[in-house]
Every structure is written in C-alpha cells, then in structure tokens.
Design a protein around this ligand. Structure first.
Ligand code: EPU
Length: 419
C-alpha cells in the first residue's frame, strides 16, 4: 500500500480545483438503478469510492460508460436485482444505497451488510425503517438485509427520530417510485440530499422540500433519462481551507463557494483565518496568528463531522485550549493517538477532545483507518518539523482526488512511495 512522505514547513500558495462531492456522487450513481433510461453524471470526482460504486452497479447489470475521468453515463435498461459480490459491498458503507432503488424498481432486494470507515457503530435501522414505512417487509439475517414488496412500494409517512443523510437518501429514492404520496419528516438537510433530489427531479421524480426537515414526494410510475452536474465537494474545500490555514498560506479554491462551508467557514474566521469570495470560487488566507476556538459537530448547517479531524489538526498548533465535541458519530477520534505521535497534546473524554496547542509538531510515521482521520495527518505533516510518513494512503484515495499532486502544486514537499 502506498504511503506519503511529507517534509513539513512549507507555506502553501496557489490554486486548487475543488471537484464534485463524493457523498453526492455515490447516491446519484445508485439512483441510476431506478430507471431504464440512461443518466449522465458530470463533475464526478475521480476517487476510489466512486470506482467501487460503479463496479457495484455494474454487477447489477448497469452499463457504465465513462466519457472522461469526470463524466459517466449509466444505463440500467438491462439491470436486475441479482445479488452483488460481498467483496465489493464490504469496501464502503455507501453500498447500502442500492437497497432503496432495487426494492422500488424490482420489488425485492438482498444486500449484504456494508463495510466502511470504522467511525462508530453506524447501524442501518433508519434505512430499514424507511422501507418498512413504504410497505416493504424487511429482514436482517446472517449478515444480509432482505427487503420485499411484491406488489410494489406504496407511499407512506417516514418519521426519523434523528436525521440521517443515508437513510433520507434511501427513503427518497424508494419513495419516487412508490404508489401515492410520501412524506419524510426530520429529514437530513445536507446539500448532498438536495443534490440527489435535483438529480431525481431531472429524471422526472416529483419531490418538494429537499434541503428542509420535511420532504414530500409524489410517486411516479417510472423515471426517464437525464443529466446532472454533481455539486462541489464542501469537505474537499474545507480540507484545503485548513491546509492554507495550518501553513499560514493562501489558497484560491475554485469551483466552490463560501456558503458551501456553512459553519466551518465561520469557525475558520473565528480561528484567525480570512475567507472571501472570488470570481472563480473562494480565497482562504491566514495572515496572522491562529486562535484556539471550541467547536461542536452537528448535522448540516452545523459544523460538519467530516471536517472535525482536519480542524483538530489545525487546533494542535493554536496557542491555547480548544474543545472539540463530536455529536454525529460516537467514535470518530482515530486521529487522536496518531496526532499525538506528531507531538500534539490532546486528551479525550467521552465524545470531547481537549486540544492544548503546542509550539511545534514533529514528524513521525503515522497511520489512520479512515478517510478524514488520514487527511488530518497529512495536514499536520505539512507543518510538522522534519519528515512525516502517512501510511495506508489507500484511505485518502477513497475520497480525495489527487490530494498529493494538488498540494505539491501549491508548494508542499510530498512524495508518494509504494509499499
Ligand atoms: N444512524 C443510525 N441508523 C441508521 C443510519 C444512521 O443510527 O440507519 C446514525 C449514525 O450511526 C450516525 C448518525 O445516524 O450516528 C448520522 O449518520 P448518517 O446516516 O447521517 O451518515 P451516513 O449517511 O452513513 C454520510 C456521509 C458521511 C458523513 C455522514 C454525516 C456518505 C456516503 N457518507 O454518512 O461521510 O460523515 O453522512 O454527515 O454520504 C466521509 O465522507 O468521510 C463520511 C463518513
């Protein structure tokens, strides 16, 4: 497995092109299973998770035509609900997103329990609740989820006790082909949910309210073909914003907008970082000293859990104390012991981390087992004295397109080595 060798201490300056959002692309690829007419997705990020999802839907008989690294046409005319190989499903949790479309179109599906980043228990109960509310019979046994609706799904009211991005997407994809009207209450409001709704609407679905707590869907008998541009990746943008901040540099992030960052933009400003819109996107600069601030992760528009690890890396070199509380996933702190290897002073108490800033980090070999934890180590490596080796780069490649090349172009000293 590749590793990244980083020599810290370079101030980053330049331009980074922000690509389409992985977490918007994955459900939209799954949505191709809903209809028999081709759909084209543009601004697709070239990352391993997207490759996994394309392989998965290929196993269901979807024809996948890539007309370039960032564009794909998916034709599910000859698709079926035959079971997919466990070897593909185990690679990431988002493979679960095929469940809703398969039951909606074929009346039955059997999907093995998904794998994914080890960031908490990550149950599937809310996905199953959504399908049950739409009339499916759902069973969980021997590592498989089976869902059946032999007469087709029917509209229903789906009330989530807490918002879930994936379960809202499952509910929405299933309800677009259900007979009658459905309502999703306490829906996730993430921009990726809204982007999926826009994609489905382009295919003929009737959806109102996506992006709010309450989504209403009028079922249609079938979807047509269409095209969609995937929205820019707010987590990729936020990660490069932290790269500018941690190195005291200045980066222009093209293809994104300040409002995409929501609470993360405000937190960066409070921490001494300056952000402003440009014609092509967003400028991020850290002109003076950092300030330690407290953050709490929350569903959108709150501070994104997907940027918590990166922000913690930034706070390790801020002057005072910072409390970082994680409320979305109970166990998303795998980066803490690894940041400590670089000299960070962090103590964990339940779902909170207390970060006491240190004057400098020191390079060391590190490794992380999830995507955002891994990237936080790269960010820390950019300022650590000497050499940091980030092992198992595989995790980074799951969700960041050409991370090392993009950073190198802005002045970072990074080398990728095999094995
Ligand atoms: N949850 C349940 N039951 C369920 C589903 C979720 O209890 O059936 C819980 C989870 O355990 C978690 C909370 O609900 O505590 C929120 O999870 P959510 O379902 O919203 O997360 P997800 O859909 O599995 C997506 C992103 C994650 C991102 C979260 C939160 C995709 C493919 N993944 O996951 O992205 O952290 O929403 O915003 O969209 C990443 O990109 O690194 C990543 C992990």
């Amino acid at each position: 497995m590749d590793r990244l060798i980083i020599r810290g201490g370079r101030r980053l300056e330049g331009t980074v092109q922000v690509r389409g959002a992985k977490n918007a692309a994955l459900p939209q690829i799954a949505a191709s299973l809903l209809g028999a007419a081709p759909i084209t997705l543009n601004n697709l990020p070239d990352v391993a998770d997207v490759g996994t999802m394309l392989t998965l839907i290929g196993q269901y008989g979807v024809q996948v035509d890539r007309s370039g690294p960032s564009s794909v046409t998916l034709n599910a005319a000859n698709a079926s609900n035959a079971e997919a190989a466990y070897d593909v499903v185990r690679r990431m949790r988002a493979t679960l997103l095929v469940l809703g479309p398969l039951v909606a179109r074929f009346g039955a599906a059997r999907v093995s329990m998904p794998g994914g980043c080890a960031i908490g228990a990550r149950p599937v109960d809310l996905h199953l609740k959504a399908l049950t509310a739409l009339g499916a019979t759902v069973d969980l046994e021997a590592g498989y989820i089976t869902a059946k609706a032999s007469q087709g799904l029917r509209g229903g009211r789906i009330l989530f006790p807490s918002p879930s991005v994936g379960a809202t997407e499952t509910a929405m994809m299933a309800a677009v082909l259900a007979r009658g009207e459905s309502e999703i209450v306490n829906a996730a409001r993430e921009p990726e949910v809204r982007d999926l709704a826009q994609c489905l609407i382009a295919l003929g679905a009737r959806i109102e309210g996506a992006g709010t707590h309450q989504i209403r869907i009028q079922g249609v008998s079938q979807l047509q073909g269409g095209r969609q541009d995937i929205l820019p990746d707010r987590v990729e943008a936020g990660t490069y914003a932290v790269a500018a901040a941690i190195t005291g540099g200045q980066l222009e992030l093209t293809g994104t907008r300040l409002e995409h960052l929501a609470a993360v933009g405000e937190a960066l400003e409070r921490a001494g970082v300056r952000l402003w819109p440009t014609d092509r996107g967003l400028m991020v600069s850290r002109p003076g000293p950092l300030r330690s601030i407290d953050i709490v992760t929350e569903p959108y528009p709150g501070f994104s859990t997907d940027l918590q690890a990166q922000f913690m890396a930034l706070m390790t070199i801020a002057p005072d104390e910072s409390t970082i509380r994680e409320t979305v996933f109970e166990n998303r702190f795998m980066h803490v012991p690894e940041l400590a290897r670089l000299g960070a002073n962090i103590s964990l108490q339940g779902t909170s981390a207390l970060v006491r800033g240190v004057s400098a980090l020191k390079g060391a070999p590190v490794m992380a087992t999830d995507l955002r934890a891994s990237v936080s180590l790269v960010l820390a490596g950019l300022v650590a004295e000497g050499e940091t080796v980030v092992n198992r780069v595989y995790h980074l490649d799951r969700g960041y397109e050409a991370l090392d090349r993009k950073l190198i172009r802005c002045g970072a000293d990074i080398r990728r080595a095999a094995g």
